[in-house]
Design a protein around this ligand. Structure first.
Ligand SMILES: O=c1ccn([C@@H]2O[C@H](COP(=O)(O)OP(=O)(O)O[C@H]3O[C@@H](CO)[C@H](O)[C@H]3O)[C@@H](O)[C@H]2O)c(=O)[nH]1
Ligand SMILES: [Mn+2]
Length: 364
């Protein structure tokens, strides 16, 4: 081709969906257009389904509102939250791709210290495509990054690392603070750009934020249930946290890794701390019991699939957390409904094989 240079095909262009929960118009996509336009979007419209959500021209997307969720899942739609960003997990369920990136609609392109626009999606893909080190901490952080490596004393037998299931990005400007912190520090902004990606060690929990998050849907998708939040529920803004605690316990059990750090996005909107306090307050004291539960949770060796692990975890939630509040009985049941809905929309290969055998081989 004379002189012209073919633009490289974006990484995982046909293997990744971008899931966006929204109650607003999606003008924020204009800023992300250079990075997001090649990818398919799954928009989960929360709130009033009769409201028209405007999507900028030129994006390839599918949009689901509450009527769609109810139509597709029937009674199982009860496990998908309403009037809370937790609804985004419906997008994970309907996707057919190997990878998911989810971002909030008040998150914009941040700049790195050199002033260059950060392609958050590209960094998440790099994080997911290279191994994690959950079993032995590398003091030079991510050893697979350009300009880094394993340090002296790192066992060579462990340098292959573990498959990466989750890439947890961070935020400049408005930090993801809980309501009490936001109330006492209303003007605090995160201006610190820390140039690091690190694996969260096995056996350690972390507060997963759904604002700037990517994961391998085939490795860990069924664990990414964002719980029962919002309308009709006693708690909100613990959707991503709950998914993160379940996911980390299951990743530890299955030998998968979770990374946190780069990439940064620019979080532009501070939600109302008083409204947030009302949503969070039960969670603030419940989590003093929830965290020890997850810290001590163990899964049997015969739980070898994410679904099996998740169902086992739901049983333990029902047995051990219902004494904290009856809500956890409801949540444990919703966890089972989630897996049933997931498997209905995503029949596994062995499941399909069973199906074809039971229906008799068509071409004989
Ligand atoms: O009822 C709702 C409210 C919001 N959304 C969409 O969800 C995301 C996040 O909304 P917003 O940016 O307004 O709220 P934050 O407090 O900044 O969100 C953080 O809190 C976490 C707990 O939910 C959340 O994951 C964090 O990102 C936007 O895209 C809204 O449009 C919604 O769908 N339904
Ligand atoms: Mn926000």
């Amino acid at each position: 081709m004379a002189g012209g240079s073919m633009a490289p095909t974006p990484l995982l262009k046909d293997e990744l969906d971008i899931v966006i929960p929204t109650i607003r118009n999606l003008d924020f996509l204009e800023m992300w257009r250079p990075f997001f336009q090649p990818y398919h979007l799954i928009i989960v419209q929360d709130g009033d389904p009769s409201k028209i959500i405007k999507v900028p021209e030129g994006f390839d997307y599918e949009l689901y509102n509450r009527n769609d969720i109810n139509r597709i899942l029937g009674p199982k739609a009860s496990c998908i939250s309403f009037k809370d960003s937790a609804c985004r997990c419906f997008g994970y369920m309907v996707s057919k791709k190997k990878y998911i990136y989810t971002i909030d609609d008040d998150c914009f392109v941040a700049k790195d210290p050199s002033g260059k626009d950060i392609n958050a999606l590209e960094q998440h893909i790099k994080n997911l495509l290279c191994p994690s080190t959950p079993h032995f901490f590398n003091t030079l952080y991510d050893p697979y990054r350009e300009g880094a490596d394993f340090v002296r004393g790192y066992p060579f037998s462990m340098r292959e690392g573990a498959p990466t299931a989750v890439s947890h990005g961070l935020w400049l400007n408005i930090p993801d603070y809980d309501a009490p912190t936001q109330l006492v520090k209303p003007r605090e902004r995160n201006t610190r750009y820390v140039d690091a990606v690190m694996t969260i060690p096995k056996g350690t929990l972390f507060p997963m934020c759904g604002m700037n998050l990517a994961f391998d849907r085939e490795l860990i998708g069924p664990a990414m249930y964002f719980g029962l939040m919002g309308d009709g529920q006693p708690i909100g803004r613990y959707d991503d946290m709950w998914a993160g605690w379940c996911t980390k316990v299951i990743c530890d059990h299955l030998g998968l890794g979770i990374k946190t750090g780069l990439p940064y996005i620019w979080h532009s909107k501070a939600s109302n701390p008083f409204v947030n306090l009302k949503k969070e307050y039960k969670g603030i004291y419940w989590q003093e019991e929830i965290i020890p539960f997850f810290q001590s949770a163990t899964l049997p060796k015969d739980c070898t699939s994410v679904q099996q692990c998740y169902i086992e975890l739901s049983k333990q939630v029902k047995d051990k957390l219902s004494k904290v509040d009856p809500y956890f009985t409801k949540l444990a049941d919703a966890m089972v409904t989630w897996i049933e809905a997931w498997d209905e929309l995503n029949p596994t290969t062995e499941g399909l094989a069973k199906l074809s055998i039971s229906n008799g081989p068509a071409n004989l």
